[in-house]
Design a protein around this ligand. Structure first.
Ligand SMILES: Cc1ncc(COP(=O)(O)O)c(C=O)c1O
Length: 387
């Protein structure tokens, strides 16, 4: 069992930060890696050609380990989830009249990409809706399976819904997508790192992650894994380092038609980013050391210190089987104003997000039960003040 890792982070001691789904605090080690990386730019003569490659390759390996992918060469370095999703959209065949399956209120980067593609190709986007009431999570999953048919070109989903943590059974969805020949594109930004993800079991076609949330990295760098549907695809941009033999700096103008191996063709320009790459690398080493299973189990101890008390106060939460423990929503009792509740939390130094008529709580390994207790006290006192 993982213990509280607050000492690995430098969060202010008086703050109850239950908002990793908004942005992760970077661990101390990651901060140090960033500062050392900035200092190296004082004297560029020490930056060797090998430095353009080494940390990036290590980063691919760590990410492959994290998602149980066999071949690190299938990992690409991206600047944002939208970039990885646009890469996927550019390379998937979609014909007039076909459908792209997404969810209601899915995160916009994983919606606009597909509405643009649909408009360009004369295809249609389905936003599968949940049905409020009992069994909401299970029934939403069922409706997704029903929406995937022979006319589906792409299924573009997260592992958990970004606003309320509803969990999607990606193994079942992956089987259904394969049965009908649809591509499965996963936005893992709100899950990979804190929720186990296994490429071999789910068999997606692409997995896209921004790095600044559950990967505990800095902003503006992320990672993507591309399956063999993408082996001969066209990248969004043509940069020198993605081409074969780019490590031969003296020979760069012997222009090459071939790309480097695997998904390197989909790397963003200046993928060697000498500050962000070592930071994200350090973060992934930490995560792989802890393990997503242990992180999810740790988050369960925090969610369990919140959910029973919250439901007693009339808040509604998704059933355990259909939500994450690292990210879940508390739907407010009728008459309670989310903005007012947020204000009450702010006054107690409790950081959560308001999404629609719910508050989103997203703990991680730096939280302790005292953070859960502070949140419950905040809920109780707010509910009493309204009574
Ligand atoms: C599910 C999900 N995907 C992606 C992102 C970030 O997208 P991008 O990297 O395109 O800014 C977020 C940010 O909140 C998110 O919640």
């Amino acid at each position: 069992m993982l213990e509280c890792q607050a000492e690995a982070f430098a969060l202010p001691k008086d703050q109850h930060y239950l908002n990793c789904a908004y942005m992760a605090p970077i661990p101390r080690r990651v901060e140090r890696a960033g500062i050392e990386a900035i200092a190296r730019k004082r004297a560029p003569a020490a930056v060797t050609p090998d430095d353009f490659f080494r940390d990036g390759e290590a980063l691919r390996s760590e990410f492959a380990d994290l998602i149980h992918a066999e071949d690190p060469a299938r990992v690409a370095i991206i600047p944002a989830a939208s970039y990885g999703l646009a890469t996927a959209a550019r390379n998937l065949p979609v014909s007039r009249g076909q459908r792209i399956v997404t969810l209601r209120e899915q995160f916009p980067s994983n919606v606009y990409t597909w509405t643009r593609l649909a408009a360009d190709k004369g295809a249609l986007v389905t936003h599968v809706e949940p049905i409020a009431g009992p069994d909401r999570g299970r029934r939403w999953n069922e409706r997704i399976l029903e929406a995937i048919d022979r006319n589906t070109a792409v299924v573009a989903l997260p592992h958990v819904h970004w606003a309320d943590g509803t969990l999607f059974d990606l193994e079942a969805i992956g089987r259904r997508a394969r049965d009908v020949g649809a591509a499965l594109v996963i936005d893992g930004t709100q899950s990979v790192g804190a929720l186990p993800f296994d490429v071999q079991r789910i068999q997606p076609d692409a997995v896209i992650c921004a790095g600044y949330k559950w990967l505990l990295g800095p902003y503006s760098i992320g990672l993507a894994w591309f399956g063999n549907r993408f082996d001969n695809g066209v990248p969004l941009e043509e940069n020198w380092i993605s081409r074969r033999d780019s490590h031969d700096f003296a020979g760069l103008v012997r222009y090459r038609d071939e790309y480097g191996p695997g998904a390197a063709r989909y790397d963003v320009g200046e993928r060697s980013n000498f500050i962000l790459v070592p930071m994200l690398l350090e973060a992934l080493r930490l995560l792989n050391g802890w393990g997503p299973e242990a992180i999810q189990a740790y988050c369960r101890t925090i969610s369990q210190a919140i959910i029973p008390a919250a439901t007693e106060l009339g808040f509604e939460v998704e059933e355990a089987a259909w939500r994450g423990d690292h990210l879940f929503g508390l739907r407010l009792p009728r008459g309670m104003d989310p903005a007012q509740l947020k204000q009450a939390f702010d006054a107690r130094n409790i950081s959560v997000s308001v999404r629609g008529d719910a508050i989103r709580i997203s703990p991680n390994v730096y939280n302790a039960t005292r953070d859960a207790e502070a949140l419950v006290e905040g809920l109780v006192s707010h509910a009493r003040a309204l009574a």
